[in-house]
Ligand binder design. Structure first.
Ligand code: NAD
Ligand code: GLY
Length: 361
């Protein structure tokens, strides 16, 4: 097992990464009160709930569960309320712990519930998708969707501990694994060309779910995220770099309809568009652009999106959270392994980069 820390002063917390981890032993110091609410969904429940129920009960805690329906479409205020119902019906008080067991949807919802219930209770993240292990479980962004926008209602709520068990990735559908790999590759593109080299050497093993390679990829990804979050918890600057590919990706996701393309798939093609624009700006070479596409393809990710009318694409991009004072800001690559956030790009070149990475039919 490897351990990393997110250095946030008194709110510093560990991330445990490994296979077949022992939850009773690892979680014991972080469950402060006597009551634990495990929030999960109906897909993860039959796979892993009993394992954690047994562990928490063995610590002498009183445990209740809240099982939500599976899916991004349930990440809303109505289903958030079911967590509050469960907490109140179980008579939970201010020193209870909410434990998220699932992917990013469950982590975001349980985290937001823990931020709001009785003005804030303890929170633990047990991410069970690769995407949630390398991204959403770390850094404290929690929330729900509103019919008018994704992740529009939420709070920063750091967990007490994150526990990422590679053995749980065995049951993950292939597309979900690839979507998680997109976020792993993102850390390499934005800040670590040596990690990119490692991914190029080990991508086949990662796709084959070698647990040691997955643990190494999660560790290196979380190390990047932990450092960035420690420097800029509330996204006043550097943290926005984590959105590499996301502005283009959100446009693809929104146009296609949520759930048609997975977030990671849209981010993959979005990163190609960002790299293509960086190339057109004269910052990265044609070889580097090809390198970005190749590693994504080896992770079974799409590097071009269906044809989307450019005006509609631009309209969706302008809804992005990184639009400040009406001005679009993009995360681009000054070089491979060095991202910047900038409003100084040529809009015509941006259109060319979008069009060049759409399928012709
Ligand atoms: P998800 O939570 O929908 O999980 C994907 C699918 O995998 C679901 O069907 C889920 O039930 C299933 N699943 C989970 N673990 C499994 C396992 N071990 N075996 C088999 N199936 C399993 O999706 P996700 O990709 O984990 O997360 C996406 C969500 O995360 C989005 O809502 C996004 O907005 C959010 N997100 C948040 C942050 C953040 O910083 N808070 C960052 C990135 C993404
Ligand atoms: N997923 C982007 C962030 O946590 O800031």
């Amino acid at each position: 097992m490897q351990t990393l820390f997110v250095e946030l002063g008194e709110r510093r917390y560990p991330i445990f990464i490994g296979s077949d981890l022992n939850p009773a032993e690892l979680l014991a110091p972080y469950i402060k009160g006597k009551q634990v609410m495990i929030v999960t969904n109906d897909t993860v429940k039959p796979l892993y709930l009993n394992h954690y129920l047994d562990a928490v009960q063995s610590l002498g805690k009183s445990v209740a569960t809240c099982v939500l329906p599976d899916g991004e479409k349930y990440k809303n205020i109505q289903h958030l309320n079911l967590i509050f119902d469960a907490l109140l019906e179980a008579g939970f008080n201010r020193d209870c712990t909410v434990l998220a067991l699932g992917g990013g949807v469950i982590g975001d919802m349980a985290g937001f519930a823990s931020a709001c219930f009785q003005r804030g209770v303890y929170f633990i993240q047990i991410p069970t998708t690769l995407l949630s292990q390398v991204d959403s479980s770390v850094g404290g962004k929690t929330g729900i969707n509103h019919p008018l926008g994704k992740n529009m209602i939420g709070a920063f709520k750091q967990p007490e501990v994150v526990m990422a068990d590679m053995s749980q990735l065995k049951t993950l559908p292939e597309r979900e694994l690839s979507a998680g790999l997109a976020e792993v590759i993102k850390y390499a593109f934005l800040g670590d060309v040596e990690f990119l080299h490692w991914l190029e050497q080990n991508m086949d093993g990662l796709v084959a779910r070698d647990p040691l390679l997955l643990a190494e990829a999660v560790y290196r990804s979380c190390a990047h995220k932990a450092r960035i979050v420690a420097n800029d918890e509330k996204e006043q600057g550097e943290r926005a770099l984590l959105n590499l590919g996301h502005t283009f990706g959100h446009a693809i996701e929104s146009y296609m309809g949520y759930g048609v393309w997975l977030h990671g798939e849209a981010v993959a093609t979005g990163m190609v568009m960002a790299a293509d624009l960086s190339h057109r700006m004269g910052w990265i070479s044609a070889e580097d652009l090809e390198r970005t596409k190749k590693i994504l393809q080896r992770a079974h990710l799409p590097v071009a999106c269906p044809k989307i009318p450019i005006d509609e694409f631009l309209a969706y991009m302008s809804h992005d959270k990184k639009v400040l004072n009406g001005q679009l800001r993009l995360v681009l690559l000054k070089k491979l392994g060095q991202a910047i956030i900038t409003k100084d790009f040529d809009i015509e070149l941006m259109k060319q980069a979008i069009l060049a990475n759409q399928l012709s039919a």
